[in-house]
Structure formats: C-alpha cells, structure tokens
Write a protein that binds this ligand. Sequence first.
Ligand code: GUN
Length: 279
Amino acid sequence: MIIDGKKEAEVLREEIKKEITSIKNKTNKVPGLAVILIGDFVPSQIYVRNKEKSSKEVGINSSVIKYSKDVSEDEILKKIIELNNDKNVSGILVQLPLPDQISKEKVINSIDPLKDVDGFSPTNVGNLASGYDAIVPCTPLGCLMLLKKVEKNLSGKHAVIIGRSNLNGKPIAQLLLKENCTVTITHSKTKNLKEKCLKADILIVAVGLANLVKKDWVKDGSIIIDVGINKQGDKIVGDVSFEEVKDKAKAITPVPGGVGPMTIACLLKNTLECFKKLN
Ligand code: GUN
C-alpha cells in the first residue's frame, strides 16, 4: 500500500475549512496566522508561500512579515512580543533557519506557548514529553496521522526512528511512546544501523540522506514513513529507496506526496486549535 499523503492532507484541510466557516458564521471571527520570514533563502520562501496559500484556502487570516537577512535580533523579538499581544493573531511561526546574528533559542523562547503553532517552545516540548496536552510539531503530527490511517492501534509495535532532531526525530519518538510503541532512536553515531532497522515494525526516516534505506534494511510487512526531502538532479527524493522498498513494506509514504503535504495541513490544524483555546 502506498500512503497517499496528498489525499489525506486534502481531507484534513476540508475538515478545517468547514470548522472555520462554521466558527465565522457564529462569531464573525477567524484564526490568524503570522509568519515571520527573514532573508532570501529560496526553500524558506517556497515553504512560506505554500503556508500562506493553504492558510487562505481554509479561511485562516494569514500574514507574512518579511525582513532582510541583516535585521537585528532586537527587532525580531520586539515584533514577536507585539504579535503575542495581538488578539487577531492565534498562531506565530518564525521560519527557520535564521541568520547567524539571531539566536534561534531566544526567538523560540519568546513566542507565547499558546500561539506556538510549530510546537517548538520549551513549554510545548516539555508538555509533549510529559504526556500532557501540547501543541505537537507539524511534521511529527502528520507522520502519526498517516501511520494511524494504516494501523489504528500502534500499541506494542517496535518503532525505529532514524534521526534525532528537535524538529522531527525527538517529537516523533515522544508521540510514538504515547501510543505505547517500543521506540528506538538512531542517529549518525549509531552502530549496526541496518540490523536495527530490520527489527522495525514501523520505520521512520528523517535524516536528509537521499536513498539511505535500501531493500535489505527493512522487515517484510513493516510500515515506512519517509520524512526526507532531498534534491537529486531536478528530482525530489526521500531518504528511502522507494522503488526497491515499496513491495516489501506493508505500507510506505512516497516522496513527494507523502509526509510533505501533511506538514502544512497540520500547521493549519494547530492554528485552528490555538484559536479555539484563545477564544
Ligand atoms: N524550517 C523547516 N521546517 C520548518 C518548520 O516546520 N517550522 C519552521 N518554523 N521552520 C522550518
């Protein structure tokens, strides 16, 4: 089975759109998303454009605040405080990476955790790790939703994650622990990676190495979620050698068209959830 992330994202976006329409009819209010984009890094510009377009399509009032790459840290922190206090803003997202003069830690820490639609603030990270109610980072949430389309009950499954980033690997591990999976987190210093992957009922790959996972790394009947987005010539490929692995897996996400579309749909979901909690 090939997991159709594009279709699932569309279903989720339709649900969100319906709910926002109904809220608007009752209250004349809609969620607001403020995105801060610094500099001229092309992938960030593309991501932000897609976030803005999708937000508008579901009825979220989205604004992009752009700064040149030499903007000061103070100016960004001041803007974040202003957005924290703005009643029309339900979600704040500062697109990463940031230029060197701006501390990622300071920026993330300054966003009101109730408006932190990325789920990056220490409050949300801590709440997720403690098993409390938290805003969950968008890509990990998208991965879990796709997994649940294949298997409702993940309890007792052995999940192996390749990658330990704050953005993906760590929050995915926390989510799967909450689902009662047995979780192994692997990374660049892990020994015998292939053997560990072969034990996985669920394999999540989030490292950014094109075609790292080959056919002889995966167990028959496993579920594979490929978070990688890598440029290879003029093609986008994942971290898994899709063509050779797809017939061995019970289910697998393609790249593109797997996790990617779910990430943006989950950002819209997080923005709506923030709005509901704040209103
Ligand atoms: N840069 C790449 N992915 C992300 C993301 O999910 N959120 C933010 N804020 N920046 C990113």
